[in-house]
Ligand binder design. Structure first.
Ligand code: ZN
Length: 317
């Protein structure tokens, strides 16, 4: 069983504007500063709630001096954060005061606030159906009755190219392989429930293939309850014809990666062990943490990475 969204990972330009936006404006907690395990000269920044709970996490690889990417097919085109009921107007005011482009759309009869981050990546905010309690932390800048709760939904733009095994399309794989349930269709948008999250599939005439770079989403990860569940999935996906990575150690979770028939990169990530593996709850995200294999290179790696300012004033509107 897939439990819902675990995290979304995207590519950004410079790291400080990334922290300024996600911690300083959206008010997420930076819960881990580490490096790209496959490219240790680049940060891997994790943002989430007070403890980095699965489902609240958005993570970035911020590369200095890279070109903007291009949204398109074969990728996740946006992610949607859930915010408390009645807070959308507050968010529009807050975003506008910070010069963040934003507006309101109606999707499936619900108001959705769209906004663009500093790299023009599309983010959406919508009201949570059932408000979940926020895991708070000291120095949070957004009042808790307005703060982002979790990622409720992602939107995919498939690049249809023949399918994988018996699954010809993203929709077939979501339902037939991952166990998602179709819950709606409106124009060119179909909506599926997967665990406690939603996945929208949108086919847009004339949309070109995505170019991965700053401002684009690299992959979406869904939660596996345990490592055993993940190993079962690896077998099941491989037998169905999906090209799956071996189980990969990410320290804070274990992962497998595969592309769905529409070309979007999916990850399955274990719920544990989580971000308190190497830092206390009170100091999460305050120091550079390296996987064991890079610890001997700490000085050289540290010299490549800019020091980040993590302090932001509380929002008082
Ligand atoms: Zn990931």
């Amino acid at each position: 069983m897939v439990l819902g969204i675990h995290h979304v990972t995207a590519i950004a330009s410079h790291p400080q504007p990334n922290v300024d936006f996600y911690s300083g404006i959206l008010g997420l907690r930076l819960v881990k500063q580490t490096v790209n395990f496959d490219d240790p000269g680049v940060y891997h920044l994790y943002y989430g709630d007070g403890i980095g709970s699965p489902g609240t996490l958005i993570t970035f690889f911020p590369y200095n001096d890279i070109l903007p990417g291009q949204r398109g097919t074969g990728e996740t085109t946006s992610l949607t954060f859930q915010v408390p009921k009645g807070s959308l107007d507050w968010w529009c005011t807050h975003l506008s005061l910070h010069g963040v482009p934003n507006g309101i759309e109606t999707i499936f009869g619900k108001q959705v606030v769209w906004l663009m981050d500093h790299d023009k990546m599309r983010i959406e905010l919508e009201e949570a159906e059932h408000d979940s309690k926020l895991i708070e932390w000291k120095d949070a800048i957004i009042p808790s009755d307005k703060a982002i709760r979790k990622i409720g939904r992602v939107t995919l733009a498939p690049n249809d190219h023949g399918g994988i095994g018996e699954f010809k399309t993203t929709e077939q794989a979501l339902v037939g392989m991952l166990g998602a349930v179709k819950v709606g269709e409106e124009g060119n948008r179909q909506r599926f429930r997967l665990g406690d999250s939603y996945v929208d599939v949108v086919r847009q005439e004339g949309l070109l293939r995505a170019k991965a770079s700053a401002g684009t989403i690299h992959h979406v990860a869904f939660s596996n309850a345990t490592q055993e569940v993940q190993e079962d999935w690896l077998l099941k996906l491989t037998n169905a014809g999906f090209h799956c990575s071996p189980v990969t150690e990410r320290d804070y979770f274990k992962s497998i990666y595969f592309r769905e028939p529409g070309g979007v990169l999916f990850e399955f990530a274990t719920v544990g062990p989580g971000f308190q593996l190497d830092e206390d709850e009170s100091t999460l995200g305050t120091h550079l943490k390296l996987p064991d294999k890079y610890e001997a290179l700490r000085q050289q790696i540290g010299a490549l990475l800019p020091t980040l300012n993590l302090k932001f004033p509380a929002v008082t509107i």
